[in-house]
Design a protein around this ligand. Structure first.
Ligand SMILES: [Zn+2]
Length: 398
């Protein structure tokens, strides 16, 4: 028996005890309110049995159910709501159509039983809520909320019984009607939650934002084009479309499986992540050119004093600025540091007159998906044309 099954079994035992105790005290004291509460506890027995079946079966995957039977848990939630509605109806019928005289007796006994029930319900619902949250089980969380709202009905019954000390005998019946209304409300909430998941409503935005952030933390990702997800029982299914700064299938595949692992590690209870990837379109990109002074293209890379940063959008140069290279005079590893500096500035392409001699910067460019274009004849007047003709070509031609 796992943790979930243990909680639910305990809940079943509790509800049987509560129903028995409340029926006995209800008939003993002639309180319609207590009997109403007992009817409710009986419907809770049905709910507990359904929940137990749900948590036992929903983790099974088979050939016929390759995605698991996770939604069984939500289907059972829906059936539970029917049991709750029925309890509400039974109570109203009892109060409105059965004529019983106001002859409450043994009120102290009735109140004591109800107070014990409140204490037991409180302890159990706190425990169930804690386990439900840890397991991210909608079935357990819904049940814990329900049990907690049951406490409110029990309070109302106690008030109704207490009022009879002041000779307000109808208070017991009023309490029963209030209990019925609370029951209908709880049933409605449980039903709505179940229907949402059964009809594949979206995952909560917090989880989706989290997943998006994880994906964007990969430097090869140009953008997240689409992200969606759904719940199924206690589990989450996420679909993502990303634009990657590479056309290398093997590389893309490797990055995507790392993303999948990262998401499953950081977001609990993810059953599967589907990531579709496409290469980034070369219409919008940022280019860097090394400069030796403010307007002369440098033959060097790491020791260049400045970089000219040009932003192209839809094949047009829309923004250009010159930034100082903070690493041009560093003693060791200036090539790698400069490459990382450019990567952090969101560069997609670096244009050089001569290829870089040391391999270090190349590795950085590879990691961040930055492409390198070497052209001896590049100058400040022709670079835009050279870059646009590069962008217009397919990869095979380069
Ligand atoms: Zn209940």
């Amino acid at each position: 028996m796992n943790r979930k099954e243990r909680v639910v079994s305990l809940g079943l035992l509790m509800n049987i005890t509560l129903a028995a105790g409340k029926f006995a005290a209800g008939f003993f004291s002639n309180s319609v309110g207590l009997i109403a509460d007992a009817i409710h506890s009986s419907s809770d027995i049905v709910a507990s049995i359904a929940l137990l079946i749900g948590v036992k079966l929903s983790n099974k995957k088979s050939k016929a159910f390759p995605f698991g039977m996770y939604k069984l848990e939500n289907l059972i939630e829906l059936f539970t709501s029917f049991a709750i509605f029925f309890a509400g109806y039974e109570i109203l019928r009892k109060v409105l159509f059965e004529k019983n005289p106001y002859d409450l007796k043994h009120i102290f006994v009735a109140i004591s039983v109800e107070l014990c029930a409140i204490l037991v319900t409180f302890l159990f619902s706190s425990y169930e809520m804690r386990i439900g949250k840890a397991e991210e089980s909608p079935g357990l969380i819904a049940d814990a909320q329900h049990v907690r709202s049951d406490m409110l009905s029990s309070f109302v019954i106690v008030l109704g019984l207490g009022a009879s000390f002041f000779k307000i005998y109808y208070a017991d019946k009023v309490a029963a009607v209030i209990v019925a209304v609370l029951i209908f409300k709880a049933g409605y909430e449980v039903a709505m939650d179940a229907i949402r998941v059964l009809l594949d409503a979206s995952l909560d935005y917090h989880t989706l934002d989290n997943a998006k952030e994880i994906v964007l933390s990969f430097p090869m990702v140009k953008q997240v084009k689409d992200i969606s997800g759904r719940n199924s029982g206690s589990y989450k299914f996420i679909d993502i479309v990303v634009e990657l700064k590479t056309r290398d299938l093997e590389k893309a595949h490797k990055i995507v499986s790392e993303m999948e692992k990262a998401i499953k590690k950081k977001i609990p209870h993810v059953d599967s992540v589907m990531i579709h990837y496409e290469p980034a379109e070369k219409k919008d990109f940022v280019v860097a050119l090394p400069l030796s002074n403010f307007n002369e293209i440098s033959n060097e890379f790491g020791s260049s004093e400045y970089f000219y940063i040009a932003t192209f959008e839809n094949g047009k140069l829309i923004k250009a600025e010159t930034i100082k290279n903070p690493f041009s005079r560093v003693e060791k590893g200036k090539g790698i540091k400069t490459a990382e500096f450019l990567a952090k500035n969101g560069i997609d392409l670096i244009v050089l007159k001569e290829d870089i001699k040391s391999p270090g910067p190349r590795y950085v460019f590879d990691d961040y998906g930055i492409q390198v274009l070497v052209n001896k004849n590049i100058s400040m007047s022709n670079f835009a044309d050279i870059i646009l003709s590069w962008a217009g070509k397919d990869d095979e031609e380069k």
